[in-house]
Design a protein. Structure first.
Length: 67
């Protein structure tokens, strides 16, 4: 199991920043932003190999379940 930043959302935000810079804004004037969307991923294959059972309730909370 892991919880980490949503990479697609991060990439979109980088694109917005680059667009603002190309339109003439100074990078120093842009606000610092913190990641606000995260993903919860469960790798069931690895869990089985190491003998960990992940309940259905936890699996339902996951954004992605790797079989």
């Amino acid at each position: 199991m892991s919880c980490g930043p949503n990479l697609a959302e991060r990439d979109r935000e980088v694109g917005r920043y680059v667009g603002r810079i190309f339109k003439g804004e100074k990078p120093a004037d842009l606000p610092v932003q913190q990641q606000s969307k995260f993903q919860f991923v469960i790798n069931l294959e690895t869990a089985r190999v190491i003998g960990v059972t992940v309940s259905n309730a936890i699996q339902l909370l996951a954004d992605e379940v790797i079989e």
